[in-house]
Ligand binder design. Sequence first.
Ligand code: NAP
Length: 249
Amino acid sequence: MTRTAIITGGGRGIGAAIARRFTNDGMAVAVIDLDETGARETVAAIVSSGGRAIAITADVTDEQQVADAVTRTTAELGAPTVLVNNAGILRDNLLFKMTLDDWDSVMKVHLRGAFLMTRAVQSHMVEAKWGRVISLSSISALGNRGQANYAAVKAGLQGFTKTVAIELGPFGVTANAIAPGFIATDMTKATAERMGMDFDDFCDAVAKETPVRRVGEPDDIANVASFLVSDDASFVSGQVLYVAGGPTV
Ligand code: NAP
């Protein structure tokens, strides 16, 4: 049976790697992104290597766009029973300089987005008596200078995940969070730029501090997501898996 997955923010970075991996695993995938070009590129690469995928331009913070995206996925690929809440943004600043807009935009994309998407997809999972929800948390959930907004949402997603696991577990649905360390993507490139550092130097510095002596790649996260949505992981639920090249304190 072909399962249908929705990956938010799948136009690049970690989301694109998860979309590619899930299609290699045999799923049909809807790639949702704000950025139409990114979503189309991810899908074109998947389709050209024989996978089944569609690109949907939508903002995960918009209730109607979320509903429309799930309706379109269901019509074109089949009812979605796998969801990855991956769309994310950064608006870093020290607390005394953080604007209300910096705070609200980060709350909206990560928390409101995950809530709207999960609520819209859960009925398909409950009906199928099988489902998988993965949300992208972060090591920043443990606290990180300049990220009061981001740390709060990434910790919030852990509580959200555990609650979804409790509420939907009786229907064969698991919910887990992946909390990555430093992964080389446009998001971390933007952080290097903001700090006035060359990206390669930034990665070298992070690698030196990481027990496995390298930074993460998007596929490191896709590999873990692939396991968590598999049937082999049906007894793993409500967990937060830190994927950071070493232990986190
Ligand atoms: P990325 O390269 O910045 O990709 C994020 C994607 O999400 C972008 O394509 C972006 O579209 C999309 N997006 C943003 N807001 C959206 C919205 N409202 N609706 C739909 N799509 C939206 O980020 P990444 O590094 O791959 O990170 C993916 C996830 O992992 C995020 O949740 C991030 O917080 C988390 N994470 C990343 C790291 C890391 O080191 N990279 C570490 C821990 C956790 P636009 O291009 O249009 O903005």
